[in-house]
Design a protein around this ligand. Structure first.
Ligand code: GLN
Ligand code: ZN
Length: 774
């Protein structure tokens, strides 16, 4: 086949939500019915056009396949499912006669309708992005529906661009899929690889006909050891898929991108296939020191795409080191290019939009646009020699040096405190001793509580906005929040809950709230990144040593406690979650940063105790999601993550009841870690999975307090008292009543009041019924 040259500099993908979240607005307007499909198409067309122009302006070529077509209305995995015809049975009646999916149907598959549940959503590798899980069964009738992929490529051509279509690769697609409803026991989606590959072959042929010179097939599943499939099956699949795709013809040249880690033992298999280019994540991984002769020989004939600019983080980084890492690949192949390590989907658009951020901090940062510009520089260096880019490399090194010496980055008092930590700081008294001391709380059997937040009403949001734009004074805002807290406390008393919460009305977000109050963090204005679909988050930037200038939550918790005789839970976000949902400094081990955050929380806990708070919850919903993809990296992670939680809570008195909350119920390898947190009470999600988790808990030796959720807060549905009671009975059968708590799956902030009150009342009714017969 004709050998097209791979562009010397590229990115694996670009944020698609828009600089001012234009796509979010358009999609949500379409959902609300205020714009029609044509208008949505038009606005997204304009967004794609502006993106291509911007990328060209930043230095990517217009006509050399260096600009990726990585747009999606909702999710790239859903796009792949639609493109290969893998639409679950329950949605098939919505398809057009030719089997195609219109926009309304596309969103219905993503979001569900009536009793037809949407595709399940789960985390994309070790990022905070969530994808939709395809459903593939023995009868899934794969067929190509490439209208969108071809349409976007053609629309680019019409505007004078030769771009590079990006599609999730066939191996990753099937590895991420789950068996469709009704699939026989033992069926695995990857069993269908031989049936799926012809659809990709057809796609490549159509792309070639449309004039595409390169196509990018994303295969991140090849780097992950958290894929539930034997590794040799994964490796076999590579050959099956890419030998067949390579034999297609005529076809574009194939670039297989493997972001999020090293390919490891998948490399020889991939190298042995006829793909023309392979993308390596050289930020997270590296190539093996030694390659077998066959692999060396195969790689020598391919373009090696060095993912040296971090797509995961917002630091400007060490550009000279990145250049050297790319140059080192020249020892393996004459054809070397540079790219981002992952799609830039995980970072905000443009740091130049952050006019209110400290200029010195800005000079250390690179958002998506700055990273594209960096790649253009590195590409020039590869083409013309290092001398051509010496100035840019030096500027990046100077920024790095400035950063390491800047005030706040290394704060001696923080470092001394960390250095002085002893083992004892990570442990509390024995559990039995704590249980005895906590009897003073005088809780009934099966104590009831909630996870922390109550519904965030429009009034609350309006008050927060008012404080921000100056239309509300600090005092006025505080008064409104106190009124809200009082309402929430009274409501909980009326319902009859045992351990109350203040309801978190003052929190915009469970991480940003703390980031705004801690030293070492900065908050952006436009730094939104897509979390899933139209949902975006604005991670804070953890840039320096972390410390706590003043108490953060004491005022609210003590006010709530002053209103009631019942215990009010203090509510904090744990160190791992604060790290997971922020952009974290990359100049020291994560564990060091986590321990700094932990010490700030430890001080907060001491202040809460001092102010009379007797129950304190430290949320760690992200504990599992930061788990490294490679097994070899997991023990060290579990060590520092669990350690930081224990450091945060280790100073709590025996009489203080420490709770934690985790938002999931598939514990797998983290079950030991959860036990090691040594919280007095752990609340988890369980209602959605009908309490399946209690069996695991019962057999895992977990012997502290546990609150498996009895109310699925992800849906507006109100569970009946009988339904809650059935869940509770199931829990009581497995877990001694003395250790069992009753609570919802998660916080109530996204719910309305009507369903919240009704559901909590049913929970209390069910609890009373179960208590009565214990
Ligand atoms: N305390 C938080 C809340 O109730 C916990 C949220 C979470 O686990 N994601 O909202
Ligand atoms: Zn939760």
């Amino acid at each position: 086949m004709t050998a097209y040259a791979f562009p010397t500099g590229t990115i694996l993908g670009y944020p698609r939500i828009g600089r001012r979240r234009e796509l979010k607005r358009a999609v949500e307007a379409f959902w609300a019915g205020s714009i029609d499909a044509d208008e949505l198409e038009q606005r997204s067309f304009e967004l794609r056009a502006a993106t291509r122009e911007r990328l060209a302006e930043l230095g990517l070529g217009r006509d050399d396949s260096s600009i990726p077509e990585s747009f999606s209305y909702y999710d790239q995995v859903l796009d792949a499912a639609v493109a290969v015809g893998a639409v679950p049975e329950r949605f098939r009646h919505l398809l057009a006669d030719d089997g195609s999916v219109d926009l309304a149907t596309y969103f219905t598959i993503a979001r569900g309708v009536g009793d037809d549940a949407p595709l399940e959503m789960t985390k994309w590798f070790d990022s905070n992005y969530h994808y939709l899980v395809p459903e593939v069964g023995p009868d899934t009738d794969f067929s190509l529906h490439a209208e969108r992929i071809l349409g976007e490529f053609a629309e680019a051509r019409a505007a004078g661009f030769l771009t590079r279509p990006v599609v999730v690769g066939p191996v990753t697609f099937l590895l991420l899929a789950k068996p469709a409803d009704g699939a026989p026991e033992g069926f695995r989606p990857i069993d269908r690889l031989a049936d799926l590959v012809p659809v990709y072959v057809e796609l490549l042929e159509e792309l070639a006909e449309a004039g595409a010179e390169w196509v990018q097939l994303d295969e991140p599943a090849l780097v992950s050891e958290s894929i539930d499939e034997p590794r040799d099956r994964v490796i076999d699949a590579i050959g099956v898929a890419y030998d067949a795709l390579g034999a297609a013809g005529p076809r574009p040249a194939i670039f297989v991108a493997a972001p999020y880690g090293a390919l490891d033992d998948a490399l020889p298999a991939l190298a042995a296939t006829p793909v023309e280019a392979i993308g390596f994540d050289l930020v997270r991984g590296s190539l093996p020191e030694q390659l077998d002769p066959a692999t060396s020989e195969s790689l020598a004939a391919k373009t090696l795409v060095a993912g040296v600019v971090d797509g995961h983080n917002i630091w400007r980084g060490d550009l000279a080191a990145a250049f050297e890492r790319a140059e080192a690949l020249r020892a393996l192949s004459g054809a070397v290019a540079v790219s981002s390590s992952t799609s830039l989907l995980h970072v905000p658009h443009d740091v130049d939009d952050e006019t209110e951020l400290d200029a010195r901090l800005v000079s250390w940062l690179a958002f998506a646009d700055q990273k594209v510009a960096q790649l253009a520089v590195l590409a020039r260096g590869l083409a013309e020699g290092r001398a051509a880019i010496e100035e840019e490399l030096a500027a990046a090194s100077a920024a790095l040096a400035d950063r390491s010496a800047a005030p706040g980055v290394r704060v001696p008092t923080v470092r001394e405190r960390l250095a002085a930590l002893a083992d004892g700081d990570f442990s509390r008294a024995a559990y039995a001793e704590r249980v005895a001391a906590q009897e003073a709380l005088a809780l009934p059997e099966l104590p009831t509580t909630t996870i922390g937040s109550f519904p965030q009403t429009t009034d609350i949001r309006r008050a927060r906005a008012g404080l921000l734009n100056g239309s509300l004074s600090d005092d006025e805002y505080r008064t409104l929040m106190r009124e809200e807290i009082e309402r929430v406390v009274r409501l909980q008393e009326e319902i009859g809950l045992d351990v109350l919460v203040h309801g978190e009305p003052e929190r915009n977000d469970m991480v940003q709230y703390f980031a705004e109050l801690l030293d070492g963090f900065a908050v952006t204005k436009h730094g939104w990144v897509q979390s899933y679909g139209s949902r975006c988050t604005r991670p804070s930037i953890l840039w320096g040593d972390v410390s706590r200038p003043a108490p953060m939550t004491v005022e609210w918790s003590t006010y709530a406690q002053s209103l009631t005789e019942k215990p009010v839970k203090g509510m904090l976000t744990g160190p791992v979650t604060i790290l997971a949902w922020s952009f974290v400094r990359d100049d020291q081990p994560l564990g060091d940063t986590a321990r700094q955050v932990a010490l700030a929380l430890r001080d907060e806990i001491a202040d809460l105790e001092g102010a009379g708070i007797r129950v304190i919850q430290v949320d760690e919903p992200a504990l599992r999601e930061l788990l490294p993809l490679k097994r070899r990296d997991q023990p060290a992670y579990l060590d520092w993550s669990v350690g930081s939680f224990r450091l945060a809570t280790g100073g709590a008195a025996s009489a203080t009841q420490v709770h934690t909350h985790l938002c999931y119920s598939e514990f797998g390898v983290v079950i030991d870690a959860i036990r090691n947190l040594d919280a007095d009470v752990t609340s988890i999600e369980a209602a959605r999975s009908r309490m399946e988790v209690v069996d695991d808990l019962a057999t895992s030796g977990f012997d502290h307090g546990i609150g498996p959720g009895v109310y699925d807060i992800h849906s507006p549905r109100v569970p009946s008292a009988a339904e809650v009671q059935a869940l509770l009975e199931r829990a009581v059968a497995e877990i001694p009543a003395s250790r069992l708590w009753v609570n919802p799956d998660c916080g109530l902030k996204t719910r309305g009041y009507a369903e919240t009150v009704a559901s909590l009342e049913h929970i209390l009714e069910a609890t009373r019924a179960v208590r009565a017969r214990l």
